[in-house]
Design a binder for this molecule. Structure first.
Ligand code: SF4
Length: 395
């Protein structure tokens, strides 16, 4: 599909990498379809239209906004947060028939798994996927488990999947006695897993797995191997798979993976005394060179709590960093990289898509519903429940 194929009156957003389509991409965690006619991005009435449609829907709709969403969308969110907080918030609103999830596909799946059957989850643009979640497909992970089995390494391996994974990967994790984790509780998830078995298969973000294992659990880089699903046998010998404590899936976030050691050195020169604050999805050398490391919620709380005059260089998604900078004009809140680095798929959710989904719901038509099949949902829920039951460990 080319730009010229776009429906009349529809303009691609400046940041769009994926063009609007009408078909689902079944090989991907995300879809690419967005049926119907969208209002033009240039329509000056978009804000009023979104407000009117939301008011018409009243308590029957609950709009969730991920921290990485654009300001134009966040202004209509009933609650903002990270993916797990948002899914929990949706589950706590049984009176809302419609959950409009301004985030990406795997988040909407989790919301569907955690909410009641009577609630319907809508993703305003099905092209809002996650490149990291796409890096581990159900087929690849099933194949990897076969490789581990052949290597005599499956027994004693506990799968730990990051929240940023498809429902199918979460279900795999539940089927094999593992747990889901977030960037806030990854350490507890690993501690629990090493009480259940001798090694962990960490999916799909190698950086979060490595950073947590080495920095929080005291494992060495040698204890970790990277399983590359594109290579025969994952590119790791059977002996290494058996010896490893952490089998890290070769996957990463295309946003956080961009920050380099050079960015850290450069910003320290540019802003003397700056505190470098990064997300654990960043590369190991970046995390090691940073002053503070933590989840999105941790980053927000740290900047919010800092005294006036503090200076931060933040290594996470740009929409959030810009919002923090706006909220704290008395502090320096700089982006860690000199180049622009939005999450392109998160940015698929824009005001025209939000207006389109809200107006469709107000008109009685449920568009872009995200629905996880019951069997997948059952095992994914098992892994999510295991995360909620993770014990607290003494520091
Ligand atoms: S920021 Fe990274 S992990 Fe989050 S949705 Fe975008 S690509 Fe996925």
């Amino acid at each position: 599909m080319t730009v010229t194929d776009l429906p009349e009156g529809v303009e691609p957003t400046p940041l769009a990498l994926l063009l609007l389509g009408r078909e689902a991409d079944l090989g991907s965690e995300r879809g690419v379809s967005c049926p119907g006619s969208l209002p033009a991005a240039s329509d000056p009435a978009l804000v009023d239209r979104a407000a009117a449609a939301k008011a018409a829907l009243g308590d029957s709709v609950f709009v969730l906004g991920h921290h990485y969403q654009r300001d134009e969308v966040i202004q209509f969110a009933d609650v903002t947060g990270d993916s797990f907080k948002l899914a929990q918030q949706a589950a706590a609103r049984p009176e809302a028939t419609y959950i409009v999830f301004c985030g990406v596909h795997f988040m909407a799946e989790s919301a569907d798994i955690l909410t009641a059957d009577s609630q319907q989850v809508v993703l305003p643009d099905l092209a809002a996927g996650c490149s990291m979640a796409d890096m581990a497909t159900a087929e690849q992970v099933a194949q990897a488990w076969d490789v581990l089995t052949d290597a005599d390494a499956a027994a004693g391996t506990v799968p730990v999947s990051y929240m940023n994974s498809s429902a199918a990967i979460k279900a795999f994790t539940g089927r094999h006695g593992g747990t889901i984790c977030t960037s806030s509780n990854a350490e507890r998830a690993l501690r629990w897993s090493f009480q259940q078995g001798q090694r962990v298969l960490f999916l799909p973000d190698e950086h979060l797995g490595r950073n947590t294992a080495v920095r929080s659990l005291g494992l060495t880089l040698d204890d970790c191997v990277v399983y590359d699903p594109r290579k025969p046998g994952g590119g790791v010998s059977a002996a290494r798979l058996r010896d490893a404590k952490m089998i890290l899936w070769r996957g990463h976030c295309s946003v956080h993976g961009r920050f380099s050691l050079d960015c850290v050195h450069e910003v320290r020169e540019r802003i003397p005394g700056v505190t470098v604050l990064v997300h654990p999805e960043c590369r190991h050398e970046v995390v090691e060179a940073a002053d503070l490391v933590g989840s999105t919620e941790y980053i927000i709380a740290t900047v919010d709590a800092a005294p006036a005059g503090s200076a931060f260089a933040v290594g996470t998604e740009l929409n959030l960093v810009q919002r923090l900078a706006k909220r704290h004009p008395d502090k320096i809140v700089a982006f860690l990289d000199r180049t622009v680095c939005f999450c392109s798929t998160m940015n698929r959710i824009d005001l025209p898509h939000l207006v389109w989904s809200l107006e469709s719901l107000a008109g009685g038509s449920v568009v872009n519903r995200i629905s996880v099949d019951p069997e997948t949902a059952r095992y994914a829920r098992k892994a999510l429940d295991q995360m909620l039951a993770l014990p607290q460990y003494a520091p």
